[in-house]
Design a protein around this ligand. Structure first.
Ligand SMILES: *Cc1c(COP(=O)(O)O)cnc(C)c1O
Length: 402
């Protein structure tokens, strides 16, 4: 007999939980794509996208997943053979750099150990060394969903400015937009990317780019772009189909309108950020407590460098795999696999996993996952410190000590 029957919860960092309201908004006959409601709705969506990224810049929507957004950003910013600097803090940062290389960009990289954030001094140093200003852009990940490191984007901008370097600042915020504080204008971001299936609480299928006037100007000089990926018609056009280089993603747009209403008009962006911060704190407290009595630890030691939407952790001796299996079979919860921490062929691969607390999640969902994990440790005989749920509960209130 299993205790997993009931509503299954995929506590994985995307696709995240889709609110029933978003699903209901998508459940409709196909709309008119030439005129009327959808055309007007799309304009309000562009306004909402600017607000959710705190951006007064341009925005574009792609019918693509996050990898498509990587490709869109690269193809608009560069010409083949251009040089760029990539700062890597995990599997996804590495992936973006690899994408750029495969598209013919000459990537210089700085790799930071998997559990620490970007050191802005290293960025400054690399840019100062680039005396002829060949580096056209700095590619960074805000939250790397694999290591769950969160980088200080404002500090990266300050490093670029301190080096007096004209490079664009391009940020992958796929795992953080709609979850964590993210200020396109105030942080001096030039190109920002996100996707629908994480903080925006939609099914996969849409991705988004925001770009500054400076990035737009740079795209006029670059020649890598192909018609489908060109962000110019996608950010400003007379007809709806030009925004999407073809048929609009009709139902996704209705879902997105609903999600933006929930975030911007109802809960409020600052409260969305605050909810993720507080849920994250509860998760960290639980892990710290479990770690006091067992081989259990968070991947990122410095709380200031931890993501608020997803947490990567380690349970030694294959415990992460056992716990994931137990939660799926006995609790109706699926946790994320560890990514990029060890090769699938290495025994250590079974020591890593991730808990998402991203998007449409509240305290009973996150505390429920933590309680199920606590039960799993007990059922499996995995040594762990006691009192993790007390610690998580104590960390939850606004203004809690840590
Ligand atoms: C999820 C994610 C991606 C990849 O997105 P896909 O939709 O799977 O292509 C890239 N970067 C980050 C930071 C992500 O979280």
């Amino acid at each position: 007999m299993s205790l997993a029957n009931g509503r299954h919860y995929f506590a994985i960092p995307g696709p995240s939980v889709v609110p029933d309201r978003v699903l209901a908004a998508m459940h409709r006959p196909s709309p008119n794509i030439y005129a009327g409601e959808l055309v007007e709705l799309t304009q309000t969506i562009f306004a909402g996208l600017r607000r959710v990224a705190c951006s007064s810049g341009h925005a574009a929507i792609y019918i693509a997943n996050g990898h498509g957004a990587w490709e869109a950003a690269i193809s608009n910013m560069f010409s083949r053979g251009d040089k760029a600097l990539g700062a890597i803090t995990g599997h996804f940062g590495r992936g973006w750099v690899e994408w750029a290389r495969r598209m013919g960009i000459d990537m210089e990289t700085i790799e930071f150990p998997g559990s620490t954030a970007i050191d802005p001094a290293r960025i400054e140093e690399a840019l100062v060394a680039d005396r002829s200003h060949r580096i056209r852009a700095v590619l960074v990940t805000h939250v790397d969903t694999a290591s769950t490191v969160r980088n200080d984007i404002e500090a990266v901008r300050a490093a670029i400015d301190a080096a007096r370097h004209p490079a664009l600042l391009a940020v992958d915020a796929i795992a953080s937009l709609g979850c964590e504080e993210l200020l396109f204008d105030a942080w001096g971001i030039d190109v920002l990317i996100a996707a629908s299936q994480k903080g925006l609480m939609l099914p996969p299928g849409l991705s988004f780019l925001w770009f500054s006037d400076k990035a737009l100007a740079a795209s006029h000089e670059a020649n890598l772009v192909t018609p489908y990926w060109d962000w110019k018609p996608r950010s400003s056009s007379a007809e709806l189909y030009r925004y999407f280089a073809g048929t609009a993603p009709t139902h996704h747009l209705y879902g997105l309108r609903e999600a933006l209403t929930m975030i911007l008009e109802e809960e409020g962006l600052a409260n969305v950020w605050g909810r993720h911060r507080r849920l994250a704190r509860a998760v960290w407290e639980a892990f710290d407590t479990w770690g006091e009595g067992g081989d259990i630890s968070l991947n990122v030691p410095d709380p200031a460098a931890r993501a608020h939407a997803v947490t990567s952790a380690r349970v030694g001796a294959g415990g992460a795999l056992l716990l994931r299996q137990w939660l799926e079979a006995e609790a109706g919860v699926t946790l994320g696999i560890g990514l990029g921490m060890a090769l699938p062929t290495e025994p250590a691969y079974n020591d890593f996993f991730r808990v998402a607390h991203m998007g449409h999640v509240n305290s009973h969902m996150t505390l429920g996952v933590l309680a199920a994990m606590d039960a799993g440790f007990k059922a499996l005989g995995i040594p762990h410190g006691t009192g993790a749920l007390d610690a998580a509960a104590a960390a939850l209130p606004e203004g809690a000590a840590k």
